[in-house]
Write a protein that binds this ligand. Structure first.
Ligand code: NI
Length: 135
């Protein structure tokens, strides 16, 4: 029996969308408000979906305590109340769009989960805009 479990999490972070290969004018035109040179913040809502066979001994796909501790240690502690451009290594050379943040989170958690579990990430940048990878 294959089941998915989903854990929700949250972090606040600041970013600026800026492509260093473009002029300031083109950056402003393409990225609009998210190009603000003084940065701005978002309240990111995260959904982490883990899918796999239910363990007959525990009845779990994954212990939710283990999953929530993993998200706290690897994602919230790394991103919460940070400036993504300036303080998070992964975005030194990667524009911190919701797409890229979602993909980075997937990569971090994928490396920490057993291979027999599938992983999906859904990331809300605003209540009405979200992206997903592997979900
Ligand atoms: Ni933004």
């Amino acid at each position: 029996m294959r089941i998915s479990v989903i854990r929700k999490a949250h972090f606040n972070a600041a970013h600026r969308l800026y492509n260093p290969n473009w002029s300031d004018e083109k950056n402003a035109e393409v990225f609009g408000l998210c190009n603000n040179p003084f940065f701005h913040g978002h309240n990111y809502e995260l959904e982490v979906k883990v899918s796999g066979e239910v363990d007959p001994d525990t009845g779990y796909v994954i212990d939710m305590k283990i999953l929530s501790d993993l998200i706290k240690a690897e994602i919230e502690n790394r991103f919460d109340h940070k400036n993504l451009n300036l303080q998070v290594e992964e975005f030194k050379n990667l524009i911190p769009t919701a797409e890229h943040i979602c993909w980075v989170i997937w990569g971090i958690l994928r490396s920490k989960l057993p291979d027999n579990l599938d992983l999906g990430i859904r990331l809300y940048e605003t209540p009405r805009n979200y992206v997903e990878y592997g979900f």
